[in-house]
Design a protein around this ligand. Structure first.
Ligand code: SF4
Length: 494
């Protein structure tokens, strides 16, 4: 692992200063600012990387564009985990070609996990030669240097480093006003046979506890109500520390320290079932500020398939963890990830998955059809499952999960739940939304506007939902659907 030293950050800072001067000159001359547009694919770790890119660009004097067509710099921050990631990236790049022809000064960059796969970089170089910058997820801190050279009319800049880097102190422009993302570690050592992450994000490396707690303190002081601690496998936080003399030696210690900061809620993602400890569950049980929700990817209920996936736990161990967690935290909600159609999956294996779902009754699940990731061991495995069989199993699986999700949500009918308000419902006017500690989406209306602070009410009786964001609402649940609850506001606390 390479810790990026202060001297290197200062070197980048000089590029920031030089680009900033150019931006200022352009603004004086034209009256306009240069603008950027970042499109991030994939998980919250990638989203957090996108916030760092935005932070760096903000320091250089760029403003965020309202849309793609308004941008002078477009960054596609890619993900290689999700299905058909390549199709989406190359489809989008194809569309950008026309935009580049209309705006020859437009700078186009591609970064993120996919750039760690040489075949994708080669394809960009071959077929999308208008792409100016290419860099990997561990090279974000070098964006100022790359951009400076490109803007100085030098050739396009392709840089995908091999080192597993750890960088502190990058500026950040957070996308949300009340929920902050905080990456506590990077990379993964688990090598699940279907997953590309260990090859694109490198080996596990944990940030120092002091750096994380300083970031959390700043977030709490600047008004963030909720923080999500992120890592590919947060439960192995600290396992790479050489010295273990401090108070914070593992994820449980870190979570306990985070719970002492002034947040309404703390979430974390993602946990590996093999690493959930009794200590972690006890810390969750003892600290109500840590949400009673555990995302615990199952992937398969068959011991044979779990072995083929190199998941390093059995169905029995998974079930024992669920049972123990429910003993310690009775209101705990479980969500999961499940892959259907892993190579060689038989009907019997699939029945084991349905069986464990019936035993656990997940509140929600992300379900995926297996798709090959070039470069992973599973991509070379024999006996692919027939696509028609895979789809048929997938339909049965989602039908079962939908029934469980609906039954779970119906338990809240007639009850009052506490939610952190996220804003206005995308679909209906004067309907607001938020999430419970169990991560249920709740839409609600306000029958009595007097329950809200004056600044959220307009004279015509309408409610400004943006004024409610980040507040805690108590909502009586009147309807329950598979993916959401609906209710009426009973109380609100900013
Ligand atoms: S734990 Fe497995 S699935 Fe998760 S990131 Fe690591 S290798 Fe991929």
């Amino acid at each position: 692992m390479t810790i990026i030293e202060q001297a290197e950050l200062e070197r980048q800072q000089r590029y920031i200063g030089q680009i900033g001067q150019c931006m200022e000159a352009y603004r004086s001359e034209t009256g306009f600012s240069r603008r950027y547009w970042i499109h991030t694919y994939g998980c919250q770790l990638n989203e957090n990387d996108g916030e760092k890119l935005a932070g760096l660009l903000g320091e250089m004097g760029y403003l965020e564009a309202a849309g793609l067509r308004e941008a002078d710099l477009i960054i596609l921050n890619t993900c290689s985990v999700r299905e058909h990631a390549d199709d989406r990236l190359f489809g989008n790049l194809g569309r950008l070609k026309n935009l580049r022809q209309e705006k020859p000064d437009l700078v186009i960059a591609v970064c993120g996990c996919m750039m760690k796969q040489p075949e994708h970089v080669a394809r960009i170089s071959r077929s999308f030669s208008f792409v100016d910058l290419v860099f990997g997820p561990q090279d974000i801190y070098r964006l100022p240097e790359l951009l400076y050279h490109r803007l100085s009319d030098e050739k396009k800049q392709y840089l995908v480093g091999d080192e597993d880097t750890l960088v502190e102190g990058l500026p950040i422009h957070r996308a949300r006003r009340f929920r902050a993302l905080c990456s506590i570690m990077y990379g993964c050592n688990n090598f699940c046979t279907y997953c590309i992450v260990p090859y694109t994000r490198g080996r596990e490396r944990s940030r120092q506890p002091g750096d994380i707690l300083r970031e959390l303190r700043e977030l709490a002081l600047s008004g963030y109500r909720e923080v999500m601690l992120l890592g590919q496998n947060v439960n192995s936080y600290g396992q790479d520390f050489e010295e273990t003399g401090g108070d914070i030696r593992d994820f449980s210690d870190l979570l306990e320290a985070a719970a002492r900061e002034n947040f309404y809620r703390i979430r974390f993602m993602t946990s590996h079932p093999k690493d959930i400890s009794e200590k972690l569950l006890k810390v969750m049980a003892a600290n109500p500020v840590i949400e009673p929700h555990l995302h615990l990817p199952l992937q398969s209920g068959s011991n044979r398939v779990l072995g083929q996936m190199n998941r390093q736990y059995t169905r029995e161990q998974y079930l024992a963890t669920v049972t123990r967690a429910r003993q310690l935290i009775p209101n705990l909600a479980f969500s999961t990830d499940i892959i259907v159609g892993f190579p060689g999956e038989t009907e019997e294996d699939f029945a084991d998955t349905l069986d464990i779902m019936r035993q656990v009754r997940f509140a929600s699940a992300f379900t995926f059809l297996y798709s090959k990731r070039t470069g992973t061991p599973a991509a070379e495995m024999p006996n692919p499952v027939d696509p028609a069989v895979m789809h048929e199993r997938f339909d049965r699986l989602t039908a079962l999960q939908d029934a469980h999700s609906l039954a779970y949500n119906r338990q809240s009918l007639g009850q009052t739940v506490e939610i952190l308000v996220e804003g206005v419902s995308a679909k209906q006017d004067q309907v607001f939304s938020g999430r419970t500690g169990q991560n249920q989406l709740v839409n609600f209306t306000v029958a009595d506007p007097a329950l809200l602070p004056a600044e959220a009410r307009s004279p015509d009786g309408r409610i400004d939902g943006s004024r409610l964001e980040g507040g805690l609402a108590r909502v009586r649940v009147t309807d329950a659907k598979t993916f959401s609850l609906f209710g009426v506001l009973e109380a609100y606390r900013p």
